[in-house]
Design a protein around this ligand. Sequence first.
Ligand code: ZN
Ligand code: ZN
Length: 724
Amino acid sequence: MVAMWHNHRYHRQSLYHQYRPSPSSVTSALVEFQVPRKSSKHVRGVLSLSNASSTCGSMKELMQLHAQAIKLGLSEDRSVVSQILFFCAISDAGSLHYATLLFYSLHQHLLDSFLWNTMIRAHAKSDAPQSALHLFDEMLSQGSVPPDKFTFPFLLKACARLQALHEGEQLHSHVFKSGLAFDLVVRNALINVYAQIGMLESARRVFDRNPQRDSVSWNSLIGGYLKHGHLEEAGRLFSQMPHEKTLFSWNIMISGYAKSGQPELAKSLLRQLPSEFSNTNSPISLTCLISLYVEAGEVEAARRVFDSMGEKDIVCWSCMISGYVRSGNYMEALRLFKEMQQVEENVKPDKVLLVSIVSACAHLGALEQGKWLHAFIRKKLPSASREGEISCALIDMYSKCGSIKDAVEVFHEMVTKDIMAWNSILCGLGINGYGNDVGMYFSEMLKSGIMPDRITFVGILGACSHAGLVDDGQRYFQLMKTYGIEPDIKHYGCMIDLLGRAGLVSEAEALVQTMHMRPNVEIWGALLGACRKHGNVPIAERAARNLIELDPEHSACHVLLSNVYAAAGQWDNARNVRLKMKAKGVKRVPGCSLIESKGNVYEFVVGDVSHPRAGEIYSMLQEMIERLKLANHVLDTSQVLFDVGDDEREVALGYHSEKLALALGLIDTCPKDQIRIVKNLRVCGDCHSTMKLVSRIYEREIILRDRNRFHHFKEGSCSCMDYW
Ligand code: ZN
Ligand code: ZN
């Protein structure tokens, strides 16, 4: 039995060797505590089964209790040890590291199935689920405690998370030998592991073999079919479910449709939801209902349920806030997060919520709030602030807020750097124009033994493109094949951008022709953008024709093409495109800029007058234009293509949303502060040169993130070297 288990993939260093018991390991951790005199009855009382986790709010309190327990000679008391270990391993305020230290310091005769199962369970849901399999290994080789029906479900969950089929199958045969093949909970876990890994036939076999099933069995199987794209089969099973469908079953089905890109199916199923679910009073059901509306894209309906609830737990807040993030309403997400901080002092944000709120800051370019969040995470979840997902979200946030120094700092603080971490920093350096540093980071990454993947190269090629490093870009593009990565449409997009920006428009078009897949909207758009910059009318016309064929509603295409004509002085053609666009009813995506000032985020559109300080903003704008004129700045009107006189054109340029944001920045921030603006479209030539001049005349650093890249304006020049 032990032998067959031994050849599994995760046979690296076992936990035992990492946590080799030393006489001092646990006690030395406890030395710092001044132990007040308490009776053994008191300690037992505090640690009694019913209230261990409710009495201890933190590891500090737990360690105090533990120190007392040792002093009173209870360190070998089974119920005391079980309670301490359970708290450390399972509670949110616990520490799995401490639990593991404690576990390995215990005498073998104390290790019962409860302790083994607690450890396996905790490791299975940790960031390193393979440790659960190591523990199982050790449990088998010690041989004193056989696995039971509580052991397998946790192990199988670990396999599902690791997508470890081989280990899952081995566990299946262990289940068989242990005589647990008929236990419903164990069988459900087996169905789930096969379904999650995509071995749907195996899942189905376990499901069919025994008629005893509950809604969990059905949900697991349906979930597997949905995850692997068999929507029809999932739908059929869902309608056949003999059990009362729980709200959870509806949730799986609806979110499955939504995730498979079938929002209409999701919405139509939502309309069939039995009314008793919407009239429930149970907080769990209401939270489930919120997530269901969020999945189906009905954020407003979700909010109504949310508002109707009394006390809300973290899952509920998290669900609603990430709903706003996913639907792109970042401002409301941030607002609600702040409200949560004020209203619910006891609710502790979890990782999922923090990742999504950090990403909201990234989208909004809200650096101040992002920094506040970072400090908050350091304080509330100190260990998580240096781990995978949150760190990557922070790197991304700092990069997108133009604060690459902070991004690099977070990266270097990370305990283990996986491929996601390297990709985040490479992409961050790229969009901020640090193309030269990317090569250094890339070779460091290789040295540390991490193999690049597709995203790595998207980051690197993007970096080369933003920094105008044509030769480097071409070298990396060739290098991809060495790592067995065929360039996909994103890599081609970067290359075309790279060549196009450098003025190699014909080379870019030639590269499009060599692509072994159909060019998409982004590819033609990049080519068209290059033509706008370098004025190549014939290629622009070809690119635009292809682009319109793919997406007749593509407004940017019409705008770019008319810009190309306008720049070449072909005003009739420019006007024609404009007229066609109007006739077809193509709507221009309205430009919109965000600026963060004093912890608030403000939004501006062209000619916006909605800001409470609109009057001051417009006088500032007027002053700015006057001072720029004195500096001999002539408005660049080649980019506005309305058939209007120059005066009106000037006005239209003057009121671009990024200029309004800039004016607010000048009056609302302190004189030495950076001004940071986020724009949803590409910045126009006039706004770009305005920003350059303002950075010199007003002695302000301005950081503008437009749709494609960053512009750091300082002392009259821009980091993009006018290359965007
Ligand atoms: Zn502009
Ligand atoms: Zn620039």
